[in-house]
Design a protein around this ligand. Structure first.
Ligand code: ARG
Length: 660
């Protein structure tokens, strides 16, 4: 059921005699903001005035006359300057509610036509531990994958891991020179992560050492510029200039530069001290003054097919993948495909040939590039040293996904900072003849810390994803112990069950907090906010879900049995009606998620549903109701709500528990 779409179709028919472009106006039919006037409102008469050449009110009357909706709605009314108000017929809503509530699909109609989607998400660079930066792609991609699938599309998830990049040279170099054999045998991935960090730290160290005098010099320079700018401003004020926005701007700029320079110096000093205060590190640093170069050579050898490095790569990769799987399991996530960069490696020369044949290649400073109108930077597909690039691999993924997997649409769930890469990639693919496939960069913003800068640990390191999940679960455990509002609803639960619920609440909290923001915006990470038991959080909804089951338990209701009775829903009170209307619109919400690939449409829907349920439950007695038909109907409303919540949260990758 897609009620809004149905009503818009009817409106469209009524608009045809009035305007040659009804499509421009049908979207102005929306759910009513103020439900006293009706359930839906169409505000199209006002903007039509100009082209129709009549007062809006008259146009609205005319639309109402032509509107054939009497099977669904009460007669439409016109209000104010020309608002058209629609109210659903009680009989229609009761019947629709009864059908949806008894439908295993909750009234959801599949999308037509069904398309073949590839969703490219998570896609971390492996061999280094996953960090908080990988969270967004993983949860947004997972939610879109599930919603599209639910809508009946044929969807494949692809984890396009970075398994062929420079980080492998770093761990191969680390492994050959610094490995702790015992540690590697006991926990290979942890040891590889240590080696990666070690090599990275020492490369950084040398780079910072060699530029330290420049880093240091920035501070006095910036201090001087700031003093000069301030002096100019003071002078201007003394000479009677009241406002000088330009000078003020200059002071601000100088302040920002000084702050940045000071921070850069602090960070460099910290990193250098970390190495120099550790004799072991210092010794390695002294032995390998060109460690970055040494690691790069190992990558080059790997790419050239060196047997030893290839063998090491083949040895490390399965362990890395296993570690990833362990993490994904906590999100209940399994990929249909994990075709990483290495998998496309043999196809890259072919990509270049095809670009050449299409006359798209230009050689610039020894590199082979595609130039695209509107972009100054070239899209480099082969570097001057002969190496292929991220861009070449991504062109190969498009060829493969379209030619072999027959994709109609490919979604790339990747950080906004890669926008230019994807713009250029898509433009190049179009030039290569891939013009019928939908290519979409589903972009998202950054996770910030409380200081409004990219989220880091107190010591300035990236936040590991695993430890983030662990902390959420520890904090969730406190809520589970306390129960809602400090009332231990789950007091009788044993320790193992509580731990399992804490996992559901903790991970669910993180996922929801991410998805409920509009994906392009940055957001500030806060455990307190995401695990609040009231408000727009997963916890609140998980409680709402558990509460419905609490009702069944308390009343000794066998809900499966009750469903079999196929009782009709009776909407006798306004709050029952509001809840039912919301639940009927579940399918519509899913279609809206897919329209622009926005999981937050579903979080909003679920939050509203939980709120309406809560009001219904406060206002309408369920177990105490004495009229059997109303009692059954209300129990079914609770059950229907629970099923929508479970299904909806499940599509977002969030689990629920019947007791909390
Ligand atoms: N591995 C890349 C990174 O960490 C993301 C890959 C996204 N997918 C793609 N087809 N480019 O930045």
């Amino acid at each position: 059921m897609n009620l809004l779409q149905l009503l818009r179709q009817r409106l469209r028919d009524a608009l045809v005699p009035l305007t040659p472009e009804p499509e421009n106006f049908v979207d102005m039919l929306r759910p009513a903001g103020d439900t006293r006037f009706g359930d839906f409102q169409a505000n199209c008469a006002m903007p039509m005035q100009k082209s129709v050449g009549k007062p809006a009110r008259e146009i609205a009357e005319q639309i109402v006359q032509g509107l054939k909706i009497d099977d669904i709605c009460e007669p439409a009314t016109v209000a104010g300057p020309g608002f058209i108000n629609l109210k659903l017929k009680e009989s229609w809503l009761e019947q629709a509610a009864t059908e949806c509530a008894h439908d295993v699909q909750l009234g959801l109609e599949p999308a037509s036509p069904s398309r073949r989607y590839i969703v490219d998400f998570s896609s971390p660079n492996v061999a280094k531990p996953m960090h908080v930066g990988h969270l967004r792609s993983t949860v947004i991609g997972h939610a879109l994958y599930k919603v599209l699938k639910k809508l009946g599309h044929s969807v494949q998830s692809d984890n396009h891991i970075g398994d062929w990049g420079t980080q492998f040279g770093m761990i191969i170099f680390g492994y050959k020179n610094f490995r702790h054999e015992k540690a590697f045998e006991a926990a290979p991935v942890a040891e590889l992560a240590r080696l990666y960090r070690l090599v990275n730290q020492l490369s950084d160290y040398h780079a910072l050492k060699s530029t330290f005098s420049e880093i240091e010099a920035r501070v006095p320079t910036a201090t001087k510029s700031l003093a000069e700018a301030q002096e100019q401003l003071t002078y201007a004020a003394k000479s009677g200039v009241k406002k000088s926005p330009e000078l003020q701007q200059q002071v601000k700029k100088a302040e920002a530069e000084l702050k940045e320079a000071t921070e850069a110096l602090e960070s460099a000093t910290k990193k250098i001290t970390a190495v120099e205060s550790d004799p072991e590190l210092l010794e390695i640093a002294a032995k390998h003054p060109r460690i970055a170069e040494e690691a790069r050579l190992e990558t080059a050898k790997l790419h050239a097919g060196d047997p030893e490095n290839l063998a090491l790569w083949n040895q490390f990769l399965p362990d890395c993948l296993k570690a990833l799987e362990g993490l994904y399991a906590r999100f209940d996530l399994k990929f249909d495909m994990t075709l990483g960069e290495s998998w496309y490696n043999p196809m890259l020369p072919g990509v270049l040939e095809r670009l050449e044949k299409a006359r798209l290649l230009t050689t610039s400073q020894g590199a082979q590039c595609v130039f695209i109108e509107g972009y100054e930077a070239p899209f480099i597909v082969r570097k001057s040293d002969g190496a292929f690039t991220y861009a070449t691999t991504d062109l190969a993924t498009i060829e493969y996904r379209v030619d072999s997997l027959q994709a109609d649409a490919i979604l790339y769930v990747v950080d906004s900072r890669q926008s230019e890469h994807f713009d250029m990639l898509f433009a190049t693919a179009r030039k290569l003849g891939y013009s019928n496939v939908e290519l979409t960069h589903v972009k998202f913003g950054t996770i910030l810390g409380e200081d409004k800068r990219p989220f880091k640990t107190r010591s300035g390191d990236t936040v590991g994803l695993e430890s983030l999940l662990d902390e959420a679960v520890v904090r969730a455990r406190q809520i589970v112990n306390a129960g809602d509002d400090g009332k231990p609803t789950g007091a009788e639960l044993d320790d193992t069950t509580r731990q399992a619920i804490a996992e559901i609440v903790g991970i669910g909290g993180i996922i929801y907090a991410d998805l409920h923001h509009s994906r392009e915006s940055d957001y500030t990470f806060s455990f307190e906010k995401m695990l609040a038991t009231r408000g727009d959080t997963a916890t609140y909804m998980q409680y709402a879900y558990a509460r419905t089951h609490g009702i069944f338990r308390k009343g000794g209701i066998d809900i499966e049995q009750l469903r079999k009775g196929k009782h009709p829903l009776r909407l006798t009170q306004p709050y029952e009606r509001m809840l039912a209307l919301q639940l009927v619109r579940f399918g519509e919400a899913l279609h809206d998620v897919a329209a622009e690939y926005r999981p937050n449409v579903l979080t909003q829907y679920l939050f509203e549903t939980a709120n309406r349920f809560s009001t219904f439950f406060d206002e309408c007695p369920v177990l105490k109701e004495t009229d059997d038909s109303i009692r059954n109907s209300r129990l079914l409303l609770c059950d229907w709500t629970a099923r929508v919540m479970k299904e909806g949260l499940g599509l977002l990758g969030i689990r629920v528990a019947e007791k909390m």
